[in-house]
Design a binder for this molecule. Structure first.
Ligand code: SF4
Length: 345
């Protein structure tokens, strides 16, 4: 195992069987996490990039079996923020909190047409900020329009590279279409974020290895990895769910294989494990996405139960949060935190 970690550290290449061996064996976890931390430091430095997350609509046309926002869930109160409210949250995050990236996230809410979204993008881009969208599957034309309106990045998790599993748990959706969306996002010049769930029922270690290789194959700029936390109002209510350790191992291996990309310490990790985000930041991650959505609506954006979120709705909260990050020897990113490709890979 030590030799495999060493190989990944020096070459940033592992084959599927080698990744499976590392994921299956827990003897060297701490060595793996430390190696990922060192590679993070070498390639992306000690800066942690803070991205302000605005969950602007929890309305979704899809029915993913693991997600509390699925259309068949009648137990949540649906909301959709209007353009002014979204803009004012973004303005607050940029001007009062000094954050350098706005992430607009929603379910697949068709009310937000290309025209409406582009108007919103153009308005937010008058602020001094990078802008990321995380709004699901769109057409090539949509992605191009977002890019032309000023959008910088787009997040779309592949969720799993196991096509049969994907289509079982994302009914009426097509894995091939999802992959095509990622290729379209990349082709229009948006920084491309993807990622996977860890802990879907019947998900194999082999398919998690495929996920990591897939991130490399498509040239991901950002990868978010989240353990599955079963939501009681979904068909996966009784599922076992994912573990923090396995999700962290997938994340650490992703850092070794794609050393210069941006990797968030996800909120699902914090939900599963006390100080899970800090541990993730010490195992390869370099991004945090604090939630600036106001708490009256944020409580309804429940992708999974008990969702933790870093609440930075006040300057005081931001200061104490930054101190926590500084206490583990890190600094706060002062630029837009784009993917800076390394010539060394
Ligand atoms: S995972 Fe995304 S697309 Fe699926 S139901 Fe939830 S919000 Fe909708």
């Amino acid at each position: 195992m030590y030799n495999l970690i060493s190989k990944a550290v020096f070459s940033h290449r592992l084959n599927k069987q080698e990744i499976v061996s590392l994921l299956s064996n827990d003897d060297c976890n701490e060595v793996l996490f430390k190696a990922a931390d060192e590679i993070r430091k070498k390639f992306v430095g000690d800066e942690i990039h803070l991205r302000a997350l605005i969950e602007f609509s929890n309305i979704c046309q899809n029915n993913c079996c693991y997600c509390g926002l699925r259309r068949d869930n009648k137990n949540i109160i649906r909301y959709r923020l209007d353009e002014d409210s979204i803009f004012h949250l973004a303005e607050y995050a940029v001007t009062q909190l000094g954050l350098k990236t706005i992430v607009l996230q929603s379910g697949e809410d068709l009310w937000f047409s290309q025209e409406r979204l582009c108007a919103l993008i153009r308005r937010i881009k008058t602020l001094d900020t990078a802008l990321t969208l995380s709004i699901g599957e769109k057409t090539h034309d949509d992605y191009l329009a977002y890019k032309n309106a000023g959008c910088d990045r787009f997040l779309l998790r592949i969720e799993t590279t196991d096509k049969a599993l994907y289509e079982k748990y994302d009914p009426d959706m097509s894995w091939n279409k999802r992959k095509q969306c990622l290729l379209d996002i990349k082709s229009v010049g948006l920084e491309t974020g993807t990622g996977c769930l860890v802990g879907l029922p019947n998900q194999t270690i082999e398919s998690l290895a495929d996920d990591i290789l897939f991130f490399k194959e498509i040239g991901a700029d950002m990868v978010g990895i989240g353990p599955l936390i079963p939501h009681p109002d979904t068909p996966l209510a009784q599922a076992e769910g994912g573990t923090f350790t396995l999700a962290c191992k997938v994340m650490a291996l992703t850092r070794l294989i794609l050393p210069d990309i941006n990797i968030p310490a996800t909120t699902a990790m914090e939900t599963l494990e006390p100080n899970g985000q800090l541990k993730a930041l010490q195992s390869g991650a370099n991004v945090i996405m604090p939630n600036v959505t106001l708490s009256d609506v944020r409580q309804h954006y429940e992708l999974y139960p008990g969702k933790s979120s870093t609440n930075l709705a006040s300057c005081d909260a931001l200061v104490s949060f930054k101190q926590k990050l500084i206490s583990i020897g890190r600094t706060i990113g002062q630029d837009y935190g784009a993917h800076k490709k390394s010539a060394e890979i």
